[in-house]
Ligand binder design. Structure first.
Ligand SMILES: NC(=O)c1ccc[n+]([C@@H]2O[C@H](COP(=O)([O-])OP(=O)(O)OC[C@H]3O[C@@H](n4cnc5c(N)ncnc54)[C@H](OP(=O)(O)O)[C@@H]3O)[C@@H](O)[C@H]2O)c1
Length: 263
C-alpha cells in the first residue's frame, strides 16, 4: 500500500524505521511518501528509511492510498484544510492525541474513511503497541491493521477509552524509561560503571516486562522477589515510603486529563 506521512517528525520517523526493518520482506512493506513543513525533514527520512519526498502536501495525498496524519494535535485542522478536497476516496489515519474521529470527519469530504491509531515509540523496532479506533474505516480496517501490524501489536479500543489506553501504551514507555534512568543512576551511585549499569538496568526492566506479560497479577512478581529481610524488600520499602506506586498511578490520570487540552 502507498502510505503518505503528513508530518515527518518523531513518530513518523519511528514508524518509518519500523516499516523499513530488514525483517519485513520488501513485498510486504508499505511504499512510503513523506512531507513536512520543516525543510529537509521529509528528504532526510526518505533517505534514511527509503521512500519518496513529496514536493507538497497535495502531491503526498495524490501519491498515497492511506494518509497518516503525523502532525501535532494543534496543527491538524490547518494540515487537513490544506488538502481537504484531495482526500476524497482516501483512507485517513490520524495519530494525533486528543482529536476525536467526529472532529476529523467534520473536517473531511463526505465519505472519507477515517480512523485513529495511537502508536508508541517501540514501533521503531517492531515492538510497538498501537491502539486502533476504527472510526469510519469500515471494511478498510483490515488493510490498516495489516500495515500497522508490521510494526507492533494492534489493539482495537472503544474510542471513549482511547485517552485512557493512550496513557498506558503511548505514555507508558516514557514512564518506564524514567524508571530505567533512575535505576541506572542508582547503579552508578553504588559504584557500577555507566555501561554496566545501563546493561543491567535495561535487562532487569525487560525481564520484568516479559514476566509481566505471562503473569496476570504483577504484584505476584513483586511478592516472589521480595524475601523478608532481603535486598529487594529493603528497596521496595523505600519506593513505598516515597509513594512511588501512587505517583505512577497519578501520572496515568494526569496524562488522561492532558489529552483534552491538546487540540
Ligand atoms: N512522539 C510520539 O511518541 C507520539 C506517539 C503517538 C502519537 N503521537 C502523535 O503524533 C503527532 C506528531 O507527534 P510528533 O512527536 O511526531 O511531533 P513532531 O516531532 O513535532 O513532528 C510534527 C511535524 O509536523 C510538521 N508539520 C506541522 N504542520 C504541518 C503540515 N501542515 N504539513 C506537514 N507537516 C507539518 C511539524 O513542523 P513544525 O515543527 O514546523 O510545526 C513537525 O516537523 C502528534 O499529534 C502526537 O499526538 C506522537
Amino acid at each position: 500500500m502507498d502510505v503518505g506521512l503528513l508530518g515527518s517528525g518523531h513518530i513518523a520517523r519511528a514508524l518509518a524505521q519500523g516499516w523499513s526493518r530488514p525483517q519485513i520482506a520488501a513485498r510486504e512493506r508499505p511504499r512510503l511518501h513523506f512531507y513536512d513543513l520543516v525543510e529537509h525533514s521529509a528528504a532526510d527520512l526518505a533517505r534514511e528509511c527509503g521512500g519518496e519526498e513529496a514536493a507538497s502536501a497535495t502531491e503526498l495525498v495524490a501519491a498515497a492510498r492511506m494518509v497518516v496524519l503525523a502532525v501535532r494535535p494543534r496543527d491538524v485542522a490547518a494540515a487537513l484544510a490544506g488538502v481537504r478536497s484531495h482526500l476524497q476516496g482516501k483512507l485517513v489515519v490520524s495519530l494525533a492525541a486528543g482529536i476525536p474521529v467526529a472532529t476529523l470527519v467534520a473536517s473531511l469530504p463526505a465519505q472519507t474513511r477515517v480512523g485513529r491509531i495511537m502508536p508508541n515509540v517501540a514501533v521503531a523496532v517492531g515492538k510497538g503497541v498501537l491502539l486502533l479506533a476504527p472510526g469510519t474505516l469500515g471494511d478498510d480496517v483490515g488493510g490498516v491493521e495489516e500495515v500497522f501490524g508490521l510494526v507492533g501489536e494492534v489493539v482495537t479500543v472503544d474510542e471513549a477509552l482511547f485517552d485512557a489506553a493512550t496513557a498506558l501504551s503511548g505514555c507508558g514507555p516514557g514512564f518506564a524509561a524514567l524508571f530505567l534512568a533512575a535505576l541506572e543512576k542508582g547503579g552508578r551511585a553504588a559504584g557500577l560503571d555507566a555501561g554496566t549499569a545501563h546493561r543491567l538496568a535495561a535487562g532487569a526492566v525487560a525481564g520484568a516486562a516479559a514476566l509481566g506479560e505471562l503473569e496476570p497479577d504483577p504484584e505476584a512478581i513483586v511478592r516472589a522477589v521480595c524475601s523478608p529481610g532481603g535486598m529487594t524488600a529493603a528497596g521496595i520499602a523505600v519506593l513505598e515510603y516515597g509513594r512511588v506506586p501512587q505517583s505512577v498511578a497519578a501520572a496515568v490520570l494526569a496524562a488522561v486529563a492532558q489529552a483534552s487540552r491538546l487540540a
